[in-house]
Design a protein around this ligand. Structure first.
Ligand SMILES: Nc1ncnc2c1ncn2[C@@H]1O[C@H](COP(=O)(O)OP(=O)(O)OP(=O)(O)O)[C@@H](O)[C@H]1O
Length: 256
């Protein structure tokens, strides 16, 4: 069953169309890899889904409801949460209180007091591998720790759909492997995940389907295997082998 149905979603910034009539469906429990060259419109697309940016055109249906005009906090309460490419913790707070805040805001069932929100936060921290760090100030976390904290806060919002913006950037090889396993474990608990990432082997290894954006528009959609063989996708990233370059690459080519 589709939990997310996006129809002809468009975002214009003045004369620039950052997201250009993108339509897609996401089924419950899927991991969707959202890829595309720099500037393709991936983050803008996620910002439209969360409501941080209003769309210029198009509709978004989530869990059977039209949420196109809902504010970000209302979409969060509906079960859409996200992580940020550059982690955005509350810097003056402990690791546990960062997550407890999300527990309270997300109306986790049975968590109406600070005390039980903290206890629930401990469970989320445990589940992302940050058990034992509850009392630490967030400033003590490494990059990998901050990325895991983002995941814990995302989970704590009572999320059904998690939008992960480059959760692997800045991680070393072993951190990357363990974070990928964690993302799969999270999906196995019933969450639906849209996952923006530039590290291709990682996206291809965990995604059920991959959606490719280029110049704001949807260029391709399919299984990881199909996408890797798709000549239009290869051209969008690399240009043509005869020396001419793809539309995207041409636009980005440095002037002579
Ligand atoms: N607030 C904004 N105002 C004007 N232009 C914007 C704004 N946000 C994004 N853009 C432009 O929209 C286009 C898409 O940007 P976006 O950040 O969504 O791409 P992306 O695919 O996420 O790129 P990256 O992989 O580099 O993060 C870019 O040309 C960008 O400069």
């Amino acid at each position: 069953m589709a939990i997310l149905h996006v129809s002809e979603l468009t975002k214009r910034f003045g004369g620039l169309t950052a997201v250009d009539s993108v339509s897609m469906e996401v089924r419950e429990g899927e991991i969707i890899g959202l890829i595309g060259p720099n500037g393709a419109g991936k983050t803008t697309f996620v910002n439209l889904l969360t409501g941080i940016l209003p769309s210029s055109e198009g509709t978004i249906q989530f869990d059977g409801r039209d949420i196109t005009r809902l504010k970000p906090h209302a979409r969060c309460r509906e079960g859409i949460s996200r992580t940020f490419q550059i982690p955005q913790p509350f810097v003056g707070m402990t690791v546990e209180d960062n997550v407890a805040t999300a527990v309270l805001f997300g109306h986790e069932p049975g968590c109406t007091t600070v005390g039980n929100a903290r206890r629930r936060a401990q469970n989320f921290l445990e589940s992302v591998g940050l058990g034992g760090m509850e009392g630490a100030p967030v400033g003590e976390l490494t990059t990998a720790g901050l990325k895991r904290l983002e995941l814990a806060r995302c989970l704590a919002g009572n999320a059904k759909l998690m939008l992960l913006d480059e959760p692997l950037s800045g991680l070393n090889h072993s951190e990357l492997k363990s974070t990928l396993s964690l993302i799969q474990e999270i999906r196995d608990t019933g969450k639906t995940i849209i996952f923006i990432e530039h590290i291709m082997p990682a996206v291809m290894s965990v995604s059920d389907r991959v959606v490719v954006l280029a110049n704001g528009a949807k260029l391709a959609e399919g299984t990881p295997n199909d996408i890797q063989k798709n000549p239009n996708v290869q051209r969008a990233y690399l240009g043509d082998v005869d020396g001419t370059v793809g539309r995207y690459a041409a636009a980005r080519r440095a002037p002579a």
